[in-house]
Design a protein around this ligand. Sequence first.
Ligand SMILES: Nc1nc2c(ncn2[C@@H]2O[C@H](COP(=O)(O)OP(=O)(O)OP(=O)(O)O)[C@@H](O)[C@H]2O)c(=O)[nH]1
Ligand SMILES: [Zn+2]
Length: 353
Amino acid sequence: MTDPRPSDPKAAARAIDAVRRGWPVAVGGLACLAIETADDAGLAAFDPDGRADILIGAGRAATLKLANQIEAADPERPVRVARAKWIDLDVATALADPGRDLATPLKGPFRAAPLGEAEAAAAVLRLARIAGVLPAYFVREGGADTVVTPTDIAAHEDAARLAIATRARLPVSAAEDAEIVAFRSAEGGDVHVALIVGRPDGNPPLVRLHSECLTGDVLGSLKCDCGPQLHAALAEIAGARWGILLYLRQEGRGIGLINKLRAYQLQDQGFDTVDANTRLGFAIDARDFGVAARMLALLGQDKVRLLTNNPAKVAGLEVAGIAVVERVPHALPANPFNQAYLATKRDRTGHQF
Ligand SMILES: Nc1nc2c(ncn2[C@@H]2O[C@H](COP(=O)(O)OP(=O)(O)OP(=O)(O)O)[C@@H](O)[C@H]2O)c(=O)[nH]1
Ligand SMILES: [Zn+2]
């Protein structure tokens, strides 16, 4: 039977592009204009009467004293804020970006409005995360040139659509006998990579799921443990003679580089890594480890020994059909800049150190 609502990869790609360029998108019956990329002319064309409401995540809404007007819920849940005369583009921008709270104390009171279409509202906030912009929109009932459905947006991130694109020998300093395999989805999402070290020897491979961290992996950031974990993982896998490192393009636990740097800005103001994410209106961890499970399945592996301190990675693989026969701890020495970050992982996100 054919899917009555097949997804359209072009629609998601066009919508991501539109959000990044400051063009409106329509999801269901909601017309939405991303606040971060809107300009005065775009806003005037989208909303000539100044009547469009604001759509943000519940985590952000909670800091706007809207908490008592919304159900306590996950930080990504959409909240619609009724437009008031004094909410212009500048105020909306301050509303969208918690990094400005110290410099721009917010007015108020803000009033929550009925969501309209909850599924469409949630999907358009997910679209913001995928596009790498702040999850905040001007929103009104109506249409737009760019139309996208929640199904299109979900399909864009659907791990099941990943396939192997190509593979090649890649000797690396940790292991000369290595092969790189690249994965891509027809939906045009991120390209993920596996580095296979050695040859299958009949035992489950030693596997590391490494989420991209430009600051840590490339620049040697001391704020996190990613760089040292990456290199230690390669060394351990090489030592085990057979294993796989998955390099997952899940920068910033899935919120993207720019929004991760916004979370860092909030950390400079004293919030920890968990609260920084939720104050932006994102989940604490937006990653889908089903991507890793799909990659392992495509490589013919259904049992692994997993290098991690993060129980969510174990659970994420298991739920997607990969048996984790052993969790191998992967903790590295702290430094003065990442001590608090590691303590937050231990105390608030269940990491086992
Ligand atoms: N949003 C956000 N992402 C961060 C922050 N610090 C590091 N990251 C990202 O977190 C991810 C690091 O994840 P992993 O190395 O897989 O670590 P983990 O989930 O803690 O699990 P294990 O290391 O396996 O125990 C990378 O995508 C980083 O870019 C932060 O403060 N905020
Ligand atoms: Zn990092």
